[in-house]
Design a protein around this ligand. Sequence first.
Ligand code: NAP
Length: 300
Amino acid sequence: MSSRTASHTALITGSTAGLGSAFARQLAAQGYDVVLAARSDDRLESQAETLTSRYGVRAEVIVADLTTDDGVGAVQERLADTAHPVHLLVNNAGHGLAGSFVDNELDAERDLLRLHVQTTMELTHTAARAMTAQRAGRIINVASVAGYTPTGTYSAAKAWVINFSKGLHSQLKPAGVTVTAVCPGLVRTEFHQRAGITAQGAKRWMWLEAEDVVRQALTANAQGAAVCVPSRTYQALTASLKFIPDSVVQWAADRGLGVPGQDEDAQRQLAAGSEDASDDGTAAADADSSETDSVSSARQ
Ligand SMILES: NC(=O)c1ccc[n+]([C@@H]2O[C@H](COP(=O)([O-])OP(=O)(O)OC[C@H]3O[C@@H](n4cnc5c(N)ncnc54)[C@H](OP(=O)(O)O)[C@@H]3O)[C@@H](O)[C@H]2O)c1
């Protein structure tokens, strides 16, 4: 149990698994009361019980699908509750998509964009208003190293999260609110399994542990950083990308080096003008087996 006396509250979206679960655990261990938001009622309830009994903190749950207006509205309502202020918001809920852009249903692409971009923007807006009124607050937006590469809706959404967070960092700093974009590489969570992404070509060194990523993210945010890339390896990789001309990055992406699997599949189908490549699942199998060792194979 924490020795903290002044009560602080953290709200974590996507708290039931992976990075969100680690954020909730580490923040509770620091003495934060927690508000846990995700879709799975039973997982939320048991997580709340565990955190309360282990760390002696208060734990609220909000069952919400954050691809819906109602779900986002429920979380916004809690963020705007000035009687019980939220001091730290973690916009973490997210998912990936295994298929190529043209194969995926438009609704699936739209939901992805909604969750990673619109929901992040809406929750941040509500939290930022409440926090700037208090002249204090912390916001952590979980992006990805994928945001540094041109690899489809997911990476475009994460690029938005990075840029959005950087801009807000400058705007809100004078009001005492720290905004940090966290850009992990591949992390061992439920993410890939849920999306049906094998990531089997990824080397061992590419994989990070959720607890390490979250520890670095919380430290970076507490120290006032605008962007946090956890692990020296990914820091070196993202730094080196800044020195590679856009034309070379595009050249690599065009050859599937930036998006193995998913986009190679798309390229094959586009090149063949094929409409039927994935109907029997063969294309997906091919895509899985064609993943390379490129760091950008992280469709995370
Ligand atoms: N794992 C990686 O390699 C990696 C790398 C870079 C960035 N990221 C980012 O890290 C964040 C967390 O991912 P993770 O790896 O921890 O994945 P995860 O283990 O699959 O956990 C995802 C969490 O998000 C929640 N969630 C998903 N869709 C939701 C929705 N529509 N509404 C509300 N909650 C939703 C899930 O809970 P319910 O199912 O209960 O709703 C779960 O708690 C994501 O933003 C992801 O893009 C992951």
